[in-house]
Design a protein around this ligand. Sequence first.
Ligand code: A2P
Length: 341
Amino acid sequence: RKFNVAVVGATGAVGEEMLRVLEEVDFPIAKLVPLASARSAGGTIEYKGEEVLVKELTESVFEEEDVEIALFSAGGSVSAKYAPFAVEAGAVVVDNTSHFRMDPDVPLVVPEVNPQDIARWREKGIIANPNCSTIQMVQALKPLHDEYGIERIDVSTYQATSGAGKSAMEELVNQMQAFFAFKLEDSPKERFPHQIALNTIPQIDVFLDNGFTKEEMKMVNETNKIMHDTIEVAATCVRVPTLRGHAESITVTCKRDVDADAAREVIAKGENIVVMDDPKNSVYPMPVLCVDKNETFVGRIRNDIYRSNVLHMFVVADNLRVGAATNAVRIAQKWVEMESE
Ligand code: A2P
């Protein structure tokens, strides 16, 4: 059976990637309904070699188009306002924004880690897609947690500009061009708290009273919701001047002693994980190697010098795919599987 599928935010950085992933996995689509703001309505997007009209996101469009699956990626306030209309029209919503993630009635799903939670979709009609940095981290750590019991995670991220959308990628490119024209001072600096070209910014989203940012607390709270556990997490989220692909330096403290070679094998067995770990030949994951890939890459797996229960590693994934579009499509695929049983 095929489904009427809406992509909300179809003209955005993640929305465009959703269309590509849906096409690549040959998702069972009866009718594709790309939705965006009035600014883009009337234009077209390409799907399977055909031009498809972009429609305006309205309260009634889900009903009118008989939408059965709605993938949302147009910002938290858009999801807050319009997801209920999609649900009302009978659709299941897979929401990529943070709006519903910590709602106890909304499952937060990484299909490789907690696919069983999809079954709870009926509670609100919504399944939430976690934050991009959380997804790649829990994918890499789930096999280790099952085997060694993770007690604590200390993580620093190196996050690409595309995590903040297309206009943020453009701002980096514009600043680089301005730099080479000796005009960097005059280039707009609007999408980040500071200049992003030739810089690294240890702030993503706003600061909270506890000294961590909202992005950092997402990694704390979402990790525990997905893993159904209470793991200590300390995150430092940093924006770096790359376009695509988030990297993470992760230190895990396990309940048991863990040997790096054994851990490497355990991690390699994880679903959609590729171990890339040959440091002598300078082989390790990097953002440029993960673009357009649907796997999460893990390398630099090594033991701590002092403690035999502590392990270090470097994890990289395409934030627009693994961290957003691919995860959302995988959720939708599992939902289809479950609903057709
Ligand atoms: P549009 O292109 O018409 O502005 P990005 O994350 O790359 O900035 O993309 C955001 C996506 O969300 C775009 O597709 C954008 O559409 C869409 N969007 C933003 N605000 C709204 C809104 N109020 N209603 C519908 N779509 C929106």
